[in-house]
Design a protein around this ligand. Structure first.
Ligand code: AGP
Length: 608
């Protein structure tokens, strides 16, 4: 979604800002803009569409400006037009603001400011911030920003510069991530560390209701009442090569191929030496609390929700604790029942999804312990949770989540094993769950080595208009995830269903033009899913099966079969989803779609 980069130092700001904001292209946007202070003016350029358009406008300009801000916008209030693109300026053109989030009381503030004589140029909620700051400005930008923030309701990550106080860059956060990068005689502001990783790895994560006042040499953090806050400096662990394509045509393909390594990384250091016992640093002080958990609610969105559903099956099967999986967006508004024995697990790759963050807040207010499963270290969800585990999958840039999904399942399995240890559930500790996990990276590699078969199948179905995905048990969430992948990057209408539900409605859709992907591994519901395959075949549907190797009989029952290695039921999704990721990827490429940046989608959905 929207991206922010700001710079103050001695270097030319324009190339740093353009470079940085390009690193955030993957998050999804529809317009962009930049402000640079140079020759006693704030210069502002904006464009619609790709950042390359903005780059053309900036090319050859701003050779001296060393202070500036840049933004990519994903439209919420007002269409993606030049006028609505950020930065937004006040009436005097001296205050420039970029903003992520939503100012909820913008209508009221706009009316108030217009009555006081301010004139607006855009339809955005953001522009009120520039005018509000103008209304309070009395020489010191930080004081005006503080007063303005007191009037604002809603969520913001803001970066602000001002011609009448030109040696400062102000950053403010509430509900939308902002990070300060610290260089030698320079500071950066960004909504995502990927933007500034090439310049510095030393960062400060701003928390909600904090304002950073940056000059090139100093950084001070205060709250809206000007009370100073001491912040810790962290070091980012990722290297630049982790956020580059490394020879792959798309980030999504690179990330699919990284799965043997990302799964290894999820387990690294988490098994006790020469043992199947799991040790989780992020939960070590919470053993007593975990022992007392009687009910679990998993909150998440999209792919992370699908992983949560697998978590439900896994935890209920192995720990006998009842689990509910909730869409975070629904959970937050429905007054959920939470008691002292309830633990909430929030799953989020980005750790910034607004609905998931709000669901956590709701659960926290009701007294639940929050355990987060995130990929991005330092992300908002990871920091507000009481305890948690990271995926360590490395940055996921492709909008369609792939490696995060498989790592989420692996981490849920580790959590299951950890809780089994605490609860003394010997039968789980002696089961194949731990061994299965250890073998999985190699098995994933085996599937990837066989990818040409998927390309052949994709070639046959690339012009389809619809596609149905069926699965049962642990493979039902895989069917959902396969359908989600296909629809988001190829724009083919796809539905995931529990296979037995098909006869209660979707069966009406089956004809010779309907490809049906059936995840039919040899698990405890295999014989049942064979009947579902027959039902599709009887109506002329084309069946593409994902089956366990050694299963020769299925080849005669379906049109195409892709084999995956055998593994225990609970871990099958990690393997069975890989061909579905490859299938969606190949279909999208063959249809000429923009795989890494599908239309209308954002990598990290930081608005409601
Ligand atoms: C996945 O391919 C999607 N782009 C999307 O559903 C995503 O999983 C969802 O927005 C949740 O994101 P999160 O994991 O960062 O919270």
């Amino acid at each position: 979604m929207c991206g922010i980069v700001g710079y103050i130092g001695d270097k030319r700001a324009a190339p740093i800002l353009i470079n940085g904001i390009k690193r955030l292209e993957y998050r999804g946007y529809d317009s962009s803009g930049i402000s640079i202070i140079e020759n006693d003016t704030i210069h502002c350029e904006r464009s619609v569409g790709f950042i390359s358009e903005l780059e053309k406008k900036v090319d050859g300009q701003f050779n001296d400006g060393t202070v500036g801000i840049v933004h990519t916008r994903w439209a919420t209030h007002g269409a993606p037009t030049i006028e609505n693109a950020h930065p937004h300026l006040d009436c005097t053109g001296k205050i420039s603001v970029v903003h992520n989030g939503i100012i909820e009381n913008h209508n009221y503030l706009r009316a108030r400011l217009e009555n006081a004589g301010h004139s607006f140029k855009s339809e955005t909620d953001t522009e009120v911030v520039a005018h509000l700051i103008e209304s309070y400005f009395d020489g010191a930008l930080e004081d005006a920003v503080r007063l303005a923030l007191k009037d604002i309701e809603g969520a913001y990550g803001l970066a602000i510069i001002c011609l009448d106080d030109p040696g400062k860059l102000i950053a403010a956060r509430r509900g939308s991530p902002l990070i300060i990068g610290i260089g030698e005689g320079e500071h950066y502001v960004t909504s995502d560390v990927a933007a500034t990783l090439e310049y510095t790895k030393e960062v400060v994560y701003l928390d909600d209701n904090e304002i950073a006042i940056l000059t090139k040499d100093t950084m001070k953090t205060v709250d809206v009442d000007n009370v100073e806050i001491t912040k810790r400096v962290d070091e980012v662990e990722w290297n630049l090569d982790r956020i580059e394509k490394g020879g792959y045509e798309h980030f999504m393909l690179k990330e699919i191929y990284e799965q043997p390594q990302s799964l290894e990384a999820a387990m690294l250091g988490r098994f006790e030496k020469n043992s199947d016992l799991v040790h989780l640093g992020g939960l070590k002080d919470k053993e007593d609390d975990l022992l007392n958990v009687r009910r679990i609610i998993i909150v998440a969105c999209g792919t992370s929700w699908n992983a949560g559903l697998i978590g439900e099956y896994m935890i209920e099967e192995h720990l006998c604790i009842p689990v509910e999986v909730e869409y975070a967006s629904e959970f937050r508004y429905r007054d959920p029942i939470i008691d002292d024995d309830t633990m909430v697990i929030a799953i989020s790759q980005s750790g910034e999804t607004a609905d998931t963050l709000a669901a956590i807040q709701e659960a926290k207010e009701k007294g639940a312990m929050i355990l987060s499963i995130c990929n991005v270290v330092g992300s908002s969800i990871a920091r507000v949770a009481d305890c948690g585990m990271f995926l360590h999958a490395g940055p996921e840039i492709g909008v369609a989540s792939t490696k995060a999904f498989t790592s989420q399942i692996a981490v849920l399995a580790l959590l299951t094993l950890f809780m089994a240890k605490i609860k003394g559930r010997e039968e789980v500790l002696n089961s194949d769950l731990a061994n299965g996990l250890k073998e999985i990276p190699e098995q994933v590699q085996k599937i990837l080595d066989n990818k040409d078969k998927i390309t052949e199948i994709a070639q046959l179905y690339k012009d389809s208009e619809n596609c149905l995905y069926l699965g049962r048990g642990y493979n039902y969430p895989v069917a959902l995830e396969g359908a989600l992948k296909l629809k988001e990057i190829s724009y083919i209408h796809a539905e995931g269903y529990p296979a037995a539900e098909m006869k209660h409605g979707p069966i009406a859709l089956i004809d010779k033009n309907m490809p049906v992907v059936v995840v039919a591994t040899t698990d405890r519901v295999y014989s049942k899913i064979l009947s579902n395959i027959e039902e599709v075949r009887a109506r002329g549907g084309k069946v593409i099966a994902i089956a366990s190797e050694q299963n020769a009989e299925i080849a005669d029952l379906v049109d195409h079969v892709f084999y995956i290695p055998e593994i225990i039921d609970a871990l099958v999704p990690i393997l069975s989803v890989i061909p579905l990721q490859l299938f969606a990827y190949q279909m999208a490429v063959m249809r000429g779609c923009n795989v890494d940046k599908p239309r209308n989608l954002a990598k990290s959905v930081t608005v409601e």
